[in-house]
Design a protein around this ligand. Structure first.
Ligand SMILES: Nc1ncnc2c1ncn2[C@@H]1O[C@H](COP(=O)(O)OP(=O)(O)OP(=O)(O)O)[C@@H](O)[C@H]1O
Ligand SMILES: [Mg+2]
Length: 232
C-alpha cells in the first residue's frame, strides 16, 4: 500500500462562479512515492499548476484530500499547515523569483533563515549548496550578473536550504536553453538519487521524461489513463 507520503485523493477544485466557473481539477487521485521524481505534463490550462499548488498546501481542494508526510492536510489548522509546508516542502518556479539586490549566497542564506530561523552557519550552508551546483566562483554575484541557468541553480539551492524532503517545481526549465535545462534536470534527479527527496516537476518539456520515474498527464482537469510513459 502507498504510504501517502505525498498524495491527492479525488481532489476537485473550481475557480469563479456561474458562467465564469472553471473546474480546474475534476476528481484527481495520485500518489507521489517517497524518493521518486514524477513528471506532470498536459496542455495549458489542464490543471498542472493547480495540482502542484494543492500538493504544496498553497490551495485547498473544494472536495477530496491532500496528504503530506502521511497527514491529511485538511485536518490541520492554518498554523499547523504553515509549519508542515515550511518543514517539508519547497518550490522552484519558471521565473526564478530571486531577490535582485542580494548576492547569490545571500539569496540562499535567506532561504535558510526563513525556513530554519537559526542564523549560525547559514552562510556556510549556502556556500556548500552553491559549490555543489557549480557556482563557487559566483557566490557574490547579484542575479543580474548570472545567466538564466545559473539563476535557476541559485533558486534551487535556496529551495533546498533547510533540507526539505519534498521539492515541487513548476516549469523549471521553460526559460532555459537546452544545456542549462539539462543541468537542472540532472540536479533535480540527483536530489532524488543522492538525497532521497521526492520531486514533482510540472513541465511541457519532453526532455524531462528521461529523468522521471513516471509521467502523469493531465487533460482538462483529469488524469489521462496511462498507456505509456511509465519508466519502471
Ligand atoms: N486563481 C484562479 N482563478 C481563476 N481561474 C484559475 C485560477 N487558477 C487557475 N485557474 C484556471 O484553472 C484552469 C487550470 O489552470 P492551471 O494554472 O492549473 O493550468 P496549467 O496546466 O498549469 O496551465 P499552464 O500550462 O498554462 O501553466 C485554467 O482554466 C485556469 O484558467
Ligand atoms: Mg501552470
Amino acid at each position: 500500500m502507498p504510504d501517502r507520503f505525498l498524495a491527492v485523493e479525488e481532489a476537485r477544485i473550481s475557480f469563479g462562479e456561474g458562467d465564469a466557473r472553471v473546474r480546474a481539477l475534476r476528481g484527481v487521485s495520485a500518489t507521489f512515492e517517497r524518493g521518486t521524481l514524477s513528471l506532470v505534463m498536459g496542455p495549458s490550462g489542464s490543471g498542472k499548476t493547480t495540482l502542484l499548488s494543492l500538493l504544496g498546501c498553497l490551495l485547498s481542494p473544494d472536495e477530496g484530500t491532500v496528504f503530506v508526510d502521511g497527514v491529511a492536510v485538511n485536518e490541520l489548522s492554518a498554523s499547523e499547515k504553515t509549519v508542515l509546508r515550511r518543514k517539508k516542502i519547497s518550490f522552484v518556479f519558471q521565473a526564478f523569483r530571486l531577490l535582485h539586490s542580494l548576492s547569490a549566497i545571500d539569496n540562499v542564506a535567506l532561504g535558510l533563515e526563513i525556513r530554519d530561523g537559526r542564523r549560525a552557519d547559514q552562510i556556510v550552508m549556502a556556500r556548500e549548496l552553491l559549490l555543489q551546483f557549480g557556482l563557487g566562483d559566483k557566490l557574490n554575484r547579484e542575479p543580474s550578473g548570472l545567466s538564466p541557468g545559473e539563476k535557476q541553480r541559485v533558486a534551487i539551492a535556496r529551495a533546498l536550504a533547510g533540507n526539505p524532503p519534498i521539492l515541487l517545481a513548476d516549469e523549471p526549465t521553460a526559460s532555459l536553453d537546452a544545456e542549462a535545462g539539462r543541468s537542472i534536470c540532472q540536479i533535480l534527479r540527483s536530489q532524488v538519487d543522492k538525497n532521497g527527496r521526492t520531486v514533482v516537476v510540472v513541465s511541457h518539456d519532453p526532455r524531462w521524461k528521461e529523468f522521471a520515474d513516471r509521467t502523469i498527464t493531465l487533460s482538462d482537469g483529469q488524469i489521462k489513463p496511462q498507456a505509456q510513459g511509465q519508466h519502471a
